[in-house]
Design a protein around this ligand. Sequence first.
Ligand SMILES: [Zn+2]
Length: 63
Amino acid sequence: MSSIPCPKCNATIEFDLKDILTTKEFTCSQCHTKIALQYKDNKETFQNATEKLNQLKKDLGIN
Ligand SMILES: [Zn+2]
């Protein structure tokens, strides 16, 4: 699991790295704000997630 802070209430929003492949929007469990995971807004998070995802893919033997 990875997490990003909610821009509205600052709660931690957890998401599965695999979700990035299919989902671009996450909902805060505290205030129910929908957060779109956008590269320009979450560059560091996105890069981190991408690196982990690539490692995961490597571990699973998929490209
Ligand atoms: Zn929130």
